[in-house]
Ligand binder design. Structure first.
Ligand SMILES: NC(=O)c1ccc[n+]([C@@H]2O[C@H](COP(=O)([O-])OP(=O)(O)OC[C@H]3O[C@@H](n4cnc5c(N)ncnc54)[C@H](O)[C@@H]3O)[C@@H](O)[C@H]2O)c1
Length: 281
């Protein structure tokens, strides 16, 4: 505990259950002295256990669908009322793809689902930032973080339309980061996290194999959810005030690796008994 966020006020989207990356960030931010408000969709509040987290962090849950601008505006206003002041940091930890859920392959997307994927997982970030700027909800030198994944830069088997959403999300962080930084000194970044066994993470089929692969490829190994929370609170803190418009990899080095000894050793083992995929999925 370093009191990194003493006196700061934060709004945290996306805690569904104790596995959620947002859950760990909420706990960690509270531990570091922040006051927080939690939010999620009414359905997630009913099916998850965010209310337990609210009790632990001595706070409230304000429901909002992050794709609905009037609900976001209401959320921001209610949050400022709760704090009796403006917000210092926001975590956007939201994603969903019906194409992934329904097993639609990338060359057979349902476009209504694609629109939903982009709206929930990327455009909601713009809606949040635009609403916050209009009502001047964030203090100067505030910090906003959204969660991304390396599939925005590199193709990863089965990540599907979520790769497009993450590429857009990172672009929104840059474009809005310029405007919000210039006008209000507010910084906006995305953190690109290792695969992590959360509810959304487990929606990507084969996440076990993927996690083993990235663990073997990364010199420091995969970053856990707790490690994510540690890093995230530093980005919310005053110690990182000149970092903005970045996509920061928090992945043990995976994104800059081509081949590692540990992965090569595993690959060589299977060369004795090679298996080809049954089809080009
Ligand atoms: N788990 C991983 O491997 C991994 C890796 C990198 C990035 N991420 C990203 O981390 C973020 C959080 O996911 P997680 O892994 O903690 O899983 P999670 O399932 O715990 O969290 C996803 C959250 O999104 C919320 N959500 C969905 N639709 C919403 C809407 N319309 N409005 C508001 N909230 C909505 C859900 O209720 C849920 O709380 C996502 O952006 C995800 O893409 C996850």
């Amino acid at each position: 505990m370093y009191n990194l966020l003493r006196g700061k006020k934060g709004l945290i989207f996306g805690a569904l259950n104790e596995k959620s990356l947002a859950w760990k960030v909420a706990e960690r931010a509270y531990e570091e002295g922040a006051e927080i408000v939690l939010t999620n969709t009414p359905v997630a509040i009913r099916f998850g256990n965010i209310n337990e987290l609210a009790q632990k962090c001595n706070t409230v849950v304000i429901p909002a669908d992050a794709t609905n601008v009037s609900e976001i505006e209401n959320l921001l206003n209610e949050t400022m009322k709760h704090f009796d002041g403006k917000i210092d940091f926001i975590l956007h930890s939201i994603a969903m793809s019906m194409n992934v859920r329904k097993g639609r392959k990338y060359d057979n997307l349902n476009y209504n689902y694609l629109n939903k994927t982009l709206d929930i997982s990327a455009i909601s970030f713009h809606k949040l930032l635009q609403s916050a700027k209009k009502i001047d909800a964030i203090n100067e030198w505030g910090s906003v973080v959204a969660l991304s994944y390396v599939a925005a830069q590199k193709t990863l088997y089965r990540y599907n339309d979520m790769a497009d959403a993450k590429a857009m999300l990172e672009s929104i962080a840059r474009s809005f980061g310029y405007i919000y930084g210039r006008e209000k000194k507010i910084r906006i970044n995305t953190i690109s996290q290792s695969p992590t066994p959360t509810t959304a993470g487990s929606g990507v089929k084969g996440i076990g194999g993927l996690m083993d692969f990235t663990e073997r490829m990364s010199p420091l190994g995969n970053a856990t959810a707790d490690e994510f929370a540690d890093f995230c609170v530093t980005i919310f803190s005053d110690l990182t005030r000149k970092i903005t418009m970045q996509n920061i990899f928090h992945d043990g080095g995976f994104s800059n690796m081509g081949m590692s000894l540990r992965a090569m050793t595993m690959y060589n083992q299977s060369l004795d008994n090679p298996i080809e995929p049954k089809s080009w999925e």
